[in-house]
Design a protein around this ligand. Structure first.
Ligand code: GLU
Length: 444
């Protein structure tokens, strides 16, 4: 069996971190199994679906490295859905209903008021031909419901949640087609999963009850249900499903200079029994991917954890990985010197400016200025190719008797404008003798 997963966002907005996590797990599982990862755009809602979101979804997945092997759109498949609906009508697995939204709402309120679960009462099944004609004469159009088989309990073994059991009598027959002929999510999704050969449906646990319904749909459509893995939801550090997480997506990560590898490393592991680790090579994460390691408790997303992971990942990136994002003149050697000082890639320019200038050094005391003038004299006679820092400090130590911080700090401040940064041994050759000389002149 060739494994095939799908990520099925509705292009009615940008992907948020929860969607990204679902996409990642579908992608990782497909890659691990040598299968196919499908991007299915659930764009049945013509009014809310926007082309700009379709483009943004593709771009976000590409940036994360989760490119789809195949793409499908539900809006191109309405004929297929209509064909299946016709068969379900012939099999009496769907029925028309005429209640208005207000009528349904009222029914629900009455049920809730009596302490009963708000399950659709199937009144539409009892309509006489006269009542139907009367509705039609009024100009009412039916919506269509899928008729659950109350005689067949619904069970499946979820790859994350284990054995699941649902009594179909405790579920409402879902509306599948609206009065205006537009499709709701349930049936098209099941039809697509069948016709596109989906073997594993991986999605959030908010879809568990939908799965119960869709399992009966798969059977009514004459197919076997795929395997299911419902992952626990993603929550913020406050432990709740937050609005903030719902608006956190690739654009905000990019603004904060978060690397795609950091997002992938974090989302691959939170909520599982494997530790979150700075792994920049996704193949390593794929190798350990296993639904059996997913927990039932919500996965906690922590910005601070992401920022720290991001820093560690940046420190692992090779020159080749980042070359295109570095200042043009910055060499592999310079990258190696600067890299350990970065919190994120946004710091690169600042450190590159320390090398190329201009820098602004502080005002020095008269004594330090005297010291720096001596340093300037020493530098003048050193050769560019020599071990600059060692020779400079060695000569100064001998002549001035300074050592430790009083020796090093005025030099660092004069040469970089900062009291911290890369080892001067490796930084000074990058700055170069001529620039160093000019900076010492300026400071003294
Ligand atoms: N379009 C649905 C959603 O975004 C897809 C759910 C599914 O994976 O089946 O919730």
């Amino acid at each position: 069996m060739t494994i095939k997963t799908r990520f099925a966002p509705s292009p009615t907005g940008h992907l948020h971190v929860g969607n990204i996590r679902t996409a990642l797990h579908n992608w990782m599982f497909a890659k691990k199994e040598g299968g196919t990862f499908l991007l299915r755009l659930d764009d049945t809602d013509a009014e809310r679906s926007k082309e700009e979101y379709v483009d943004a979804i593709r771009a976000d997945l590409a940036w994360l490295g989760l490119a789809a092997d195949e793409e499908q759109r539900q809006s191109a498949r309405f004929d297929r859905y209509a064909e299946h609906l016709a068969k379900l009508k012939a099999d009496s697995r769907v029925y028309p209903a005429y209640e208005t939204a207000q009528e349904l709402d009222l029914k629900r309120k009455i049920q809730l008021g009596r302490g009963k679960p708000p399950i659709y009462d199937r009144a539409a099944l009892d309509l006489t031909a006269e009542q139907v004609s009367a509705y039609e004469a009024e100009g009412r159009k039916p919506h269509w419901r899928f008729k659950l088989d109350h005689g067949t309990p619904i069970t499946w073994t979820d790859l994350i949640r284990g054995d699941q059991n649902f009594d179909p009598a405790l579920l409402s027959d879902p509306v599948i087609l609206r009065e205006d002929g537009s499709w709701l999510y349930m049936l098209p999704s099941a039809i697509d999963d069948i016709e596109m050969g989906i073997t594993h449906v991986v999605r959030g646990e908010d879809h568990v009850a939908n799965t119960a319904v869709q399992i009966q749909m798969f059977h009514a459509l004459g197919a076997q249900a795929p395997e299911f893995a419902h992952e626990a939801l993603l929550v913020g550090t406050e432990g709740k499903l937050s609005k903030r997480l719902g608006s956190l997506g690739v654009s905000s990560f990019r603004e904060k200079n978060i690397e795609p590898q950091a997002i992938v490393a974090l989302l691959a592991r939170i909520g599982t029994s494997d530790p979150v680790e700075p792994v920049a090579d996704v193949e390593q994460l794929i190798a350990t991917f296993d639904f059996a390691r997913f927990g039932r408790a919500p996965a906690r997303f922590d910005d601070e954890e992401l920022a720290q992971l991001n820093q560690k990942i940046v420190h692992l990136l090779d020159y080749e990985d980042v070359k295109d994002r570095l200042p043009e003149a910055m060499t592999a050697e310079a990258w190696a010197v600067i890299r350990p000082n970065l919190h994120d890639m946004g710091d690169v320019d600042q450190w590159w400016q320390v090398v190329t200038g201009p820098i602004s050094a502080p005002e020095f005391s008269a004594e330090d200025r005297g010291f720096l003038a001596i340093a300037r004299g020493k530098m003048e006679v050193l050769e560019a190719s020599s071990d600059l820092w060692k020779e400079l400090t060695g000569a100064l130590k001998e002549e001035t008797g300074r050592k430790g911080r009083p020796l090093f700090m005025p030099l660092r401040l004069a040469l970089t404008g900062l009291d911290h940064g890369p080892d001067m041994n490796i930084l000074l050759p990058l700055i170069g003798r001529d620039t160093a000389l000019a900076r010492l002149t300026e400071a003294s």
